[in-house]
Design a protein around this ligand. Structure first.
Ligand code: MN
Length: 505
């Protein structure tokens, strides 16, 4: 009897059925040939054996449409089939099936809900982009397109990526009716750099091309969370797109002019907003569109604490997390713990570890946080003590200018890293008066400011202009960011910086 793949269940093991489907992927093993079938309602892997390593049913090609007789059975917990008979569909019937598949894909790809979790006129404006993002993700899952998640390795980046992961992984498992599918069709990589580095882009392409050649995989959908929208990302974006990858970006940093290199670009700056809607908050909303079961208020609230953002949206997420029993102090501590683990995990995926901090039962969650937070507090106090000792404070009329050799007051590769240490010193200094704080290392200055007459991005551009020979690049938010340059230029750039700041006075 003719069936649709979506109708088949594990209990059908042992039965034969007739299917009409598209051959999505063909993989030749050293034993049987594996065909991945898709009919718009679901996917099914069927095997056929014509001899060890011999291609069975050579008339079936990737992309062809066929009518098949299949014996169903269960293999390692998932439903599979044995291909017994196959005949190509006549052109008319194939076209009709293709249309049916496209129609059902489009219908299934559109998000089941597009209602925001909070009230926000700004996010309403961003909504069409968030809906497009969610649609592209759902479509990728249904097309069995591999999803590569790249995210900033800080609390905001982690919560953003993990919120999306919470939405995506269950969809993949249910689409393939196979727990293991999550390891084939989804992977996640944290990134220490604040941009999609070219080396990472090449790594993604290299594995992708290999999977395409070996397993007949499709071009990937690449998601960049909490970075990806600046000029530093441009070459990587161009490169992966040249190989057919789709790119979705969710970010809240001041974007460069790269929007046209993303298939979907979700960034509050694009609709007149600012960085206060951090990536974890945006991703929480998108995750809810992708998979309405995901209402991850804790993720959004922790992200907001991690990035120290504020505004009406933040208040609502924090209030909702409060209703779930999470105090502001706990949110803050949890944000610190994620940042701490992120520091040591570096580029390791660790599906499970950081998720545990966010998703464990309340009792275990409390234990995990308590275990780390004392250590974190002590280490921060120690580094703050060192930074306070070595910071040079230049009093100005309206603010204090602080300069500290931040790379030399932290311990290499230990927590807290220079970027974190500068934040600690900044929080300490800004209590008394507005402050512009420069922390430098051999080839960078990382900047924090609470003085309204200063803008990191303006400063970065001035620096670039003044030192065309120093390969200056960087920027960030108006009040926080960093610039990089060649080591040879450090002394003259520091001297220029002092004069620049004096002029603001
Ligand atoms: Mn962020």
């Amino acid at each position: 009897m003719e069936k649709e793949i979506g109708e088949l269940h594990l209990k059908d093991s042992g039965k034969t059925c007739e299917l009409r489907a598209k051959i999505e992927e063909i993989q030749q093993t050293s034993g049987p040939t594996l065909f991945t079938l898709f009919d718009g309602t679901g996917s099914l892997v069927v095997k056929a054996f014509a001899g060890p390593g011999v291609r069975a049913f050579p008339e079936l090609k990737e992309g062809s449409f066929a009518r098949m007789h299949i014996m169903l059975h269960v293999y390692e917990g998932a439903l599979e089939g044995e291909l017994q008979k196959a005949s190509l569909l006549p052109p008319k019937e194939a076209t009709a099936l293709l249309q049916q598949i496209q129609y059902s894909l489009a219908k299934k790809a559109s998000p089941p809900t597009t209602k925001l979790l909070i009230h926000s006129p700004l996010l309403e404006q961003l909504k069409p982009r968030m809906v497009a993002f969610a649609t592209a993700v759902r479509q990728a899952v249904m097309e069995a397109r591999p999803i590569i998640m790249r995210h900033n390795a800080d609390t905001d980046g982690y919560t953003a990526a993990l919120a999306l992961e919470q939405a995506i992984v269950p969809l993949i498992i249910s689409h393939h009716d196979d727990e293991k599918a999550q390891w084939h069709y989804y992977r996640r990589s944290p990134s220490k750099a604040p941009s999609y580095e070219y080396g990472d882009a090449l790594k993604d392409l290299a594995t992708t091309l290999q999977d395409m050649a070996r397993f007949g995989m499709k071009e990937p959908l690449i998601i960049l969370a909490d970075f990806g929208g600046t000029r530093d990302d441009l070459l990587s974006l161009k490169k992966v797109r040249a190989y057919g990858a789709k790119v979705l970006i969710v970010d809240h940093h001041e974007p460069g002019d790269v929007e046209k290199y993303a298939d979907v670009f979700v960034n509050p700056h694009a609709v007149g907003g600012d960085s206060n809607n951090c990536t974890g908050m945006l991703a929480t909303e998108i995750a809810h569109f992708i998979n309405p079961k995901c209402q991850l208020f804790l993720f959004a609230a922790v992200a907001a604490h991690g990035d120290k953002v504020s505004g009406p949206e933040v208040d609502q997420y924090v209030a909702k997390a409060g209703e779930l029993g999470f105090s502001e102090e706990f949110l803050k501590n949890l944000a610190e713990c994620i940042d701490f683990d992120a520091h040591y995990l570096r580029f390791i995926e660790s599906r499970g570890l950081v998720n545990d901090l966010l998703l464990s039962e309340p009792e275990r969650q409390k234990q995990l946080v308590e275990m780390l937070i004392t250590e974190i507090t002590e280490r921060r106090a120690a580094v703050l003590g060192a930074a306070k000792h070595y910071v040079e404070k230049v009093p100005m009329r309206n603010f204090i200018f602080g300069i500290v050799p931040i790379a030399n007051v932290t311990i290499k590769s230990e927590y807290p890293a220079p970027g974190k240490a500068i934040g600690l010193l900044f929080d300490h200094l800004k209590e008394k008066q507005p402050v512009i704080l420069f922390g430098y290392g051999p080839d960078f200055i990382t900047i924090r400011s609470s003085y309204s007459g200063f803008d990191v991005n303006v400063f970065a551009k001035e620096l670039e202009k003044a030192f065309p020979h120093a390969l200056v690049c960087g920027g960030g938010h108006q009040v926080a960011g960093s610039v990089h340059f060649i080591e040879a230029a450090l002394t003259e750039i520091l001297a220029f910086s002092r004069k620049y700041i004096e002029r603001l006075n």
